[in-house]
Ligand binder design. Structure first.
Ligand code: T1G
Length: 672
């Protein structure tokens, strides 16, 4: 790591160069501070331009540092920014690429900020359970107004340079070399402009909004974010910091921001979110996998125009990959076409696509009955009925049609990849691509590795996942892979508690209070009670239920949302028929069946329900790690956060079971 120094007349260009993302670590900040001090001490230097090497400005503070305890001697990005703030020189930030977190905050301390059009600027700290702790909560409101600053920081997204310019974060967009432009701007400023530190400005609420509206804007913001105890802890503290920017002098606001930041950096939600941040970046590191050049996927094929196949086709088209969908069922094809058209038009209505883009994407999905149209695709994803025989017929047929180096993939959610590969002559190019439904929306993709899947096929699957903007997790070829194998234990634990007399309604309520978007019984109603029933018939060794409640529900044709009744009732007039309604009839059914099975009722506290269900997940997760089905516990956490709605501020089932003070999971493994 180094700090680049180059003088252009009286303008000193300081280049942030700390690969890969110019992270402003404690160590790097100390070097950068020396460079600022040297510039301030040099009479020949009248202005300083900050810029970044490695294709970006800076990815912000080094997230690793937050798990260490700084000493009084430790220098951080705050010290660099304080030196700029106190400095006498004119400072210009020349941004190209990403300027995020503490990197953007460094630029906010400058007098001017200019960027190339391709740049992206953001304060994503909220995603780490933090707030911008290097002056961002105090300077951004002074630059763009408190209301806009709250939106900018609470969303935590990366903003295109155009938007940053419109908001007032940037002074100029640059076509040519951003450093040349910054040096020229500095020279002009030296010739004519007084210094203009952002800190000297007054934070307005927003354009045309009077200061009296301040308290209203702040209280409205508090109402819009989740409760502190359920994922909103950092958001509420961030709003408090912005309130200080409006109410207090700069120095007091900075002090409050620092205090709030220290609270957050030591909080459980932030530790959990930082765990997710790094776990995500470990996913494609496969120990022992030979390096291999991924293939290019220029065209894709999908066999099966059902819900899954259509979602996968839309995901390809959205990523700009033309796709051929093969299905001989006219009804399915017609329904698929309407789904595709409806999806892209919806994005036009939401302003996410122009009509022209939507039309282009829809046109890039070709439906046909003719398998021969798959002859030139680079990957085929099978998404037909979840039956091994049907899938094997598809793959046996594809072998003679697709080109020799095309990858064959199954979207199966539980079945044996090797058995499917056995009917082809290319087991090295066979892989599971388990998209979570709906495939065009859910971010998780399980990549399932067969015993003969080659390193190149795995590398290609990871690259395809990134192209499709998926979070991809590698699983070995075992029943249910990672997520669905664990959900069997989760549902089993919930069912066991219901058999002991606790209502499904209360169990779901406990898990929703924990942070899941829906509880286990509502999840079964959504996916279909018959799905679980079929799995139980296929794998009776995995069944833990001691009653025939599920059989009774299937007999009663209470299969869940799709039959307007399952563990709960559904009413089209309530939440469009998707809102679970407590059903005393089912609670009576549980009691009746439990009595027949001689199961004694038992009381549970809410915490016991929570810990029993999460314990079931984490114990199965440990089993999957021991069996080598999952590579790391962080991978399992990512599967549950991205695929099953586990609240990210709790870190995932493995992290929570290990770290949460309240976790008292003692659930024994229900099966080998
Ligand atoms: N700290 C430490 N490591 C980081 C990092 C960071 N901020 N950003 C990236 N890395 C590592 C990452 O783990 C990976 O490591 C490698 O860099 C490439 O990352 C005080 C408190 C910048 C858009 O949240 O969004 O500033 O796997 O695969 O796809 O107020 O990285 O190679 O060992 O993601 O090109 C706020 C997080 C920090 C930005 C580049 N900043 N980073 O994406 O590469 S808190 C962030 C990103 C803060 C201040 C606050 C992305 C990127 P490895 P990558 P990429």
């Amino acid at each position: 790591m180094r700090v680049g120094i180059a003088d252009r007349g009286s303008v000193r260009v300081v280049t942030l160069d700390n690969p890969p993302v110019n992270a402003l670590s404690f160590a790097y900040s100390a070097e950068l501070l020396e460079a600022v001090r040297a510039a301030e001490a040099d009479a020949n230097v009248r202005a300083v331009v900050f810029t970044g090497a490695n294709g970006l400005f800076s990815g912000g503070a080094d997230v690793n540092d937050f798990s260490t305890e700084p000493t009084p001697e430790t220098k951080t990005v705050r010290d660099v920014i304080a030196a700029v703030e106190a400095g006498t020189k004119t400072y210009v930030a020349a941004i190209d690429g990403n300027a995020l977190g503490g990197g953007l905050e460094l630029s906010l301390a400058c007098d001017y900020r200019i960027a190339t059009k391709a740049s992206k600027l953001g304060l994503p700290e909220i995603k780490l359970g933090l707030l911008p702790g290097a002056g961002g909560t105090q300077r951004l409101p002074r630059l763009i107004g408190a209301q806009a600053a709250l939106e900018f920081m609470l969303k935590g997204s990366s903003n295109p340079a155009e938007k940053a310019l419109k908001l007032g974060v940037l002074d100029e967009l640059v076509d040519g070399d951003v450093v040349d432009a910054a040096v020229a701007l500095a020279e002009r400023a030296l010739a004519s402009e007084p210094k203009r530190r952002v800190s000297a400005r007054k934070a307005i609420i927003g354009k045309g909004i009077t200061a009296q509206a301040g308290p209203f804007v702040v209280s409205a913001a508090h109402k819009m974010v989740p409760p502190e105890e359920n994922g909103g802890y950092a958001a509420h503290k961030l709003i408090d910091a912005v309130e200080a920017a409006v109410e207090l002098p700069f120095a007091f606001g900075i002090a409050r921001e620092a205090r709030l930041f220290e609270e957050l950096v030591r909080s459980e939600p932030s530790a959990a979110l930082r765990h997710i941040f790094f776990a995500e970046r470990e996913l494609n590191k496969v120990p022992g996998l030979a390096a291999a050049e991924p293939l290019t996927i220029a065209k894709a094929g999908v066999v099966g125009a059902g819900t899954r196949g259509t979602g996968i086709a839309i995901a390809f088209a959205t990523a700009g990959i033309p796709v051929v969908v093969v299905d001989s069922n006219d009804g399915a094809v017609e329904k698929a076409k309407q789904t595709v058209f409806g999806m892209f038009m919806y994005q036009v209505q939401k302003g996410k696509l122009t009509q022209e883009e939507a039309w282009k994407r829809a046109q890039s999905i070709v439906f046909t009955e003719d398998y021969a149209e798959l002859a030139d695709v680079d990957v085929v994803v099978e998404a037909v009925f979840e039956s091994m025989d049907v899938k094997k017929q598809v793959f046996a047929r594809l072998g003679g049609i697709v080109k020799p180096d095309a990858i064959l993939a199954s979207n199966t959610s539980t079945l044996d990849i090797d058995e499917m590969a056995s009917v082809t002559t290319r087991p090295d190019k066979f892989v599971g691509l388990h998209f979570f439904v709906p495939a065009n929306i859910m971010p998780l993709l399980e990549i399932v590795r067969g015993k003969d899947t080659s390193p190149q096929t795995i590398a290609t699957a990871f690259k395809l996942g990134k192209t499709l903007r998926k979070t991809s997790v590698l699983s070995a070829n075992a029943f249910g892979f990672i997520g669905n194998r664990m959900v069997i234990d989760y549902a089993g634990a919930a069912n066991a508690i219901a058999e002991e007399g606790v209502s499904p309604w209360r169990i779901d309520g406990v898990m929703k209070k924990f942070g899941f978007p829906m509880g286990p019984f509502a999840m079964s109603d959504l996916s279909g009670i018959d799905v679980g029933w079929h799995i139980a018939k296929a794998r009776p060794d995995l069944v833990t239920s001691r009653t025939h409640v599920v059989d009774r529900l299937v007999e009663m044709k209470r299969l869940g949302q799709k039959t307007m009744g399952g563990y709960f009732k559904y009413d089209k007039a309530v939440g469009k028929g998707r809102e679970p309604i407590q059903d005393p009839e089912i609670e009576a059914l549980f009691a009746e069946e439990a009595k027949k099975a001689g199961i004694a009722p038992r009381d549970y506290t809410d915490d016991e329900i929570r810990d029993r269900l999460i314990g079931a997940l984490s114990n199965r997760g440990k089993d999957l790690l021991e069996k080598g089905v999952a590579l790391r516990s962080g991978d399992i956490d990512i599967v549950y956060v991205y695929g099953y709605g586990f609240p990210p501020h709790r870190g995932g089932p493995m992290w929570y079971a290990d770290h949460a003070k309240s976790a008292t999971a003692s659930e024994e493994l229900t099966h080998a």
